[in-house]
Ligand binder design. Structure first.
Ligand code: 13P
Length: 140
């Protein structure tokens, strides 16, 4: 079971909802997280259970970033709006930076999201479970 997060900016919300709906059969076997509004929109139309953090502008991206820093997240689908400035741009940049620091797969557009979901379905990320199994404690 992977830990997967969904995030989408407002003009990308319909896209992420349709995407998750189409691949509900893949996501249902995993532990799911999201920012506030994105998760609510997805849960409104699917039977998925999603742990929702704060809305992005109120700290949700940072909460998801904290999960990445603690090695508690395996993959992120983050449909960003490249044509609209966001008030919490620094938080978005920080989250993407942490994904690069820790080598966490993150899709920022639907084309990459498609590739990742197919990889999840094939079991390509099973190695992440091994990483968790043998993870040393923070003090070691
Ligand atoms: O702003 C966001 C990500 O940067 C998303 O937050 P919401 O899912 O609460 O709209």
């Amino acid at each position: 079971m992977l830990k997967i997060a969904f995030i989408a900016h407002d003009r990308k919300k319909d896209e992420i909802v349709n995407f998750v709906l189409a691949y509900e059969h893949v996501f249902v076997g995993h532990e799911l997280f999201s920012t506030g509004t994105t998760g609510q929109r997805i849960m409104d139309v699917t039977s998925l259970k999603i742990h929702r953090y704060m809305s992005g502008p109120l700290g949700g991206d940072q909460q998801i970033g904290a999960m990445v820093a603690q090695d508690e997240l395996d993959l992120i689908i983050f449909l960003r709006d490249p044509l609209m400035a966001q008030p919490h741009e620094p938080d978005i940049t920080a989250l993407l930076r942490l994904c690069d620091v820790y080598g966490i797969p993150v899709a920022t557009n639907i084309a990459t999201a498609e590739v990742l979901v197919k990889a999840i379905d094939r079991g390509d990320f099973a190695w992440r479970e091994l990483v968790h199994k043998y993870k040393p404690g923070v003090d070691e």
